[in-house]
Design a protein around this ligand. Structure first.
Ligand SMILES: Cc1cc2nc3c(=O)[nH]c(=O)nc-3n(C[C@H](O)[C@H](O)[C@H](O)COP(=O)(O)O)c2cc1C
Length: 303
């Protein structure tokens, strides 16, 4: 059974806690800004993402404090000096990033408090965070307030002016391709939870077929109803442009694995089960065509 909740029936504090558990993992912008007195500020924001490429736009959102409806220092700063650096957060700096979210007063420099190193930006006045793997110098194009109560967001619309990233993050010598296994970015979840993006957490999905896949509605019923194949498996099958022809399926019958499966039992149901398990394995290796041949060898699956 699903639980259903309307925002107006719980407090903003409860709603905040609830939503952050499933709107995530969220990327983290460690934002450096300055006020008109040139005092530096560094704070993390996970209400953050990319919203446009041309023009190149990032948006983060400092909320009005739920506790007392006051404005966060970052928001005050970007109203005064319309420049920021958005520093991306990887595992190496996640504790320091979290510490920088402490509510130090406006004249306290969080670079010093959190032990992160400021380095001069090329274009904007706020400093970059040396330890951050990617530092993005931005102009603040606009600030859109979403309300006047505590918890109201303020969209800080940032135009990218220059991006800096560590040389050792790139694949070979291609300066525009980042090796995702090296960057080790973290994401913000609910409560005190974060996620780490490396190793087995990273996986690839083949882009939907450019020539348009056949779709679930063209998958034979017996395959669609398989208790062995998951929604993810079926989506890979649906992404094929057209089903293998009879001659490809015939040829596939000489495949040693297929011969083994047919020789292993005289029971049709048992053979079908084994074929589905084998197709599942092939799909996990992105061998979609072979998976289809495996499934269609079993004549009943074609119905
Ligand atoms: C990882 C992380 C993400 C955060 N994301 C946000 C956010 O998106 N919006 C927000 O208002 N506060 C967010 N916070 C809390 C602010 O960082 C915190 O209120 C901070 O004190 C604001 O600093 P400032 O007053 O110097 O701007 C986040 C805190 C952490 C640790």
């Amino acid at each position: 059974m699903k639980l259903s909740i309307k925002p107006e029936n719980i407090s903003p504090q409860e709603l905040h806690k609830l939503l952050l558990n499933f709107i995530g993992p969220r990327p983290i912008a460690l934002v450096s800004s300055i006020n008109y007195k040139q005092e530096e500020n560094l704070s993390p924001f996970s209400y953050f993402n990319i919203f446009s490429i041309n023009p190149p736009i990032l948006i983060f959102s400092p909320l009005k404090r739920l506790r007392n409806n006051s404005e966060k220092d970052t928001l005050i700063n970007v109203k005064e000096v319309k420049e920021v650096v958005i520093n991306m957060v990887n595992y190496k700096i996640v504790e320091q990033t979290s510490f920088s979210s402490s509510e130090f007063s406006a004249n306290i420099n969080e670079f010093i408090k959190s032990g992160l190193t400021p380095i001069k930006s090329d274009i904007v006045k706020p400093s970059r965070v040396k330890e951050s793997p990617v530092q993005i110098e931005c102009l603040v194009n606009d600030i859109i307030s979403l309300g006047d109560k505590g918890g109201a967001g303020n969209l800080v619309i940032c135009k990218i002016l220059k991006v800096h990233f560590d040389e050792n993050l790139t694949i070979n010598s291609d300066e525009k391709k980042i090796d995702l296994s090296k960057i080790d970015l973290v994401g913000r979840m609910g409560g005190n939870w974060y996620s780490r993006n490396r190793g087995e957490s990273l996986f690839e999905i083949q882009k939907p077929n450019k020539k348009i896949g056949i779709g679930f509605d063209n998958i034979p019923k017996r395959i669609l109803m398989s208790y062995i194949l998951s929604g993810n498996d079926l989506a890979k099958l649906a992404n094929i442009e057209k089903l293998p022809q009879a001659n490809s399926i015939e040829k596939f019958k000489t495949n040693s694995k297929i011969i083994d499966i047919f020789n292993s039992s005289s029971n049709d149901e048992e053979i079908r089960e084994k074929l589905h398990y084998h197709a599942k394995e092939l799909l996990s290796e992105n061998e979609t065509f072979d998976a289809w041949c495996t499934l269609l060898i079993d004549k009943l699956n074609r119905i």
